[in-house]
Unconditional design. Structure first.
Length: 440
């Protein structure tokens, strides 16, 4: 038996726990699944639940949704942690579920972080899922295609939960001021602007938004009449963020990424690091920045330094694998490299010129001589006829044209003299000259 403290009743549960929704209408977000007429809502309301997996980022309501399902379908609910449970625990739970089934009671086993189970642990669930002894609801932040055994996955419907939008989180926080389990009856002044900043800072996580809201309310000054006014200063102190907070979908978001990109393009390493820090300290997703840096590596550096792309991709992988705050140094590494690298926009110009022709000219058929001929009929139609295999020639190339006749002579790639691209330019011009001399 759990020993009770004299102070047990004086310690309130966190706001996020108190406001946990008990019915679908109070659930924030996921309208693509539980909106009126949507598939998961229909399944729940018709009490036709089968085993399923919820895949989505933290704080989007995977556990809450499982609890709502158990309540609305009148099932026994067992919360099972993949972090602390082993095969013995699984078998114990399955026996209880079998016993309950004999009494006509359906059991929902909710497994949080199911991707943490190894193959043997996941296999232990399989016979019970197949027999219908339990309804398994797994929750994972990882792609179940890679993290859940194929046999188990094939018996589960996968529902993808999305990160909550700023609007979802603001709605959720406003509900806290009217709900008796939250701040109902208290005089709290808080602007929509501050609520939006909390929502942005929470990055789609409902639990994080409510925890931050509770923190700023509890740490705000109380007026003589008992009212509480939440200010930007309090928010900054509680989140360690200053005026850097910004709407990730608004103008400042694009202003800052533009500043980063143009600083790297202008070879200004110090400015690039500053704008990088501004974005990361404001809560920007490092993966977003890493994607933009990777684009920059080919758009603005290209063959002037092909290692730039390797550095960018490595930084992207580091961000994906370890996240913030550790990956800030990897992004700094990549950003400084891009700023100091020689610059060439020849790759972008080449593609844009080719894309213009692809969109504005007739879709020319592929010349017969560079088509494959895997069937007898294709060979009879002259597919591949006249093809010259470059490895059979001393120069490892031929004067054979690979463009449609109407496009002959087009030049899309215009190499520069910057960095390593100067060597590519020499090679490109040599090849071009050689083909002209040996052309038929």
């Amino acid at each position: 038996m759990e020993q009770l403290s004299l102070f047990t009743n004086e310690i309130p549960r966190p706001l996020a726990a108190r406001l946990r929704p008990e019915k679908l209408d109070d659930f924030a977000g996921q309208k693509h699944l539980i909106g009126e007429g949507k598939i998961l809502r229909r399944i729940i309301e018709s009490d036709s639940i089968s085993s399923m997996i919820f895949w989505g980022p933290p704080g989007v309501g995977k556990t809450t949704l499982a609890q709502i399902i158990a309540k609305q379908t009148k099932s026994e609910f067992i919360n099972f942690s993949a972090v602390t449970s082993g095969i013995k625990d699984i078998k114990d739970v399955m026996k209880k579920a079998e016993d309950a089934r004999g009494l006509g009671i359906r059991t929902i086993v909710f497994v949080d972080e199911i991707h943490r189970f190894n193959k043997a642990q996941q296999d232990a669930f399989l016979p019970y899922v197949e027999k219908g002894s339990i309804i398994l609801i797994g929750a994972t932040t990882e792609n179940p295609s890679f993290e859940v055994n194929a046999a188990l996955l094939s018996r589960c419907k996968v529902f993808v939960l999305k990160a909550l939008t700023v609007e979802d989180l603001v709605w959720l926080m406003k509900r806290a001021f009217t709900d008796d389990r939250g701040f109902a009856g208290q005089k709290i002044e808080i602007s929509d602007d501050i609520l939006e900043k909390i929502a942005v800072f929470s990055n789609g996580d409902a639990r994080g938004a409510l925890s931050t809201l509770e923190m700023v309310v509890l740490n705000s000054d109380i007026a003589p009449d008992g009212s509480v006014t939440v200010t930007n200063e309090t928010l900054e102190q509680c989140t360690s963020k200053k005026s850097l907070l910004y709407d990730k979908n608004g103008e400042e978001h694009y202003n800052l990424i533009s500043a980063l990109h143009k600083s790297m393009r202008n070879s200004d390493a110090d400015a690039a690091v500053y704008w990088l820090a501004r974005m990361l300290e404001a809560g920007e997703d490092p993966i977003y920045i890493a994607r933009r840096v990777t684009r920059f590596a080919s758009e603005d550096v290209g063959l002037a330094d092909s290692n730039a792309l390797k550095v960018a991709v490595a930084a992207f992988e580091a961000c994906r694998l370890i996240g913030m705050p550790e990956c800030s140094v990897h992004l700094t590494h990549a950003v400084v490299y891009m700023a100091l690298a020689p610059k060439s926009n020849a790759m972008e110009k080449a593609y844009m010129a080719a894309a213009h022709d692809a969109n504005s000219t007739m879709a020319e058929p592929v010349p017969l001589h560079i088509r494959n001929a895997p069937t007898r009929l294709m060979k009879e139609l002259d597919y591949g006829k006249g093809y010259e295999y470059s490895h059979d020639y001393e120069e490892k190339m031929t004067a054979m044209s690979c463009l449609p006749d109407s496009m002959l002579g087009r030049q899309y790639y215009e190499p520069t003299d910057q960095g390593s691209e100067a060597d590519f330019k020499k090679r490109y011009e040599y090849i071009k000259d050689w083909k002209q001399k040996h052309g038929k």
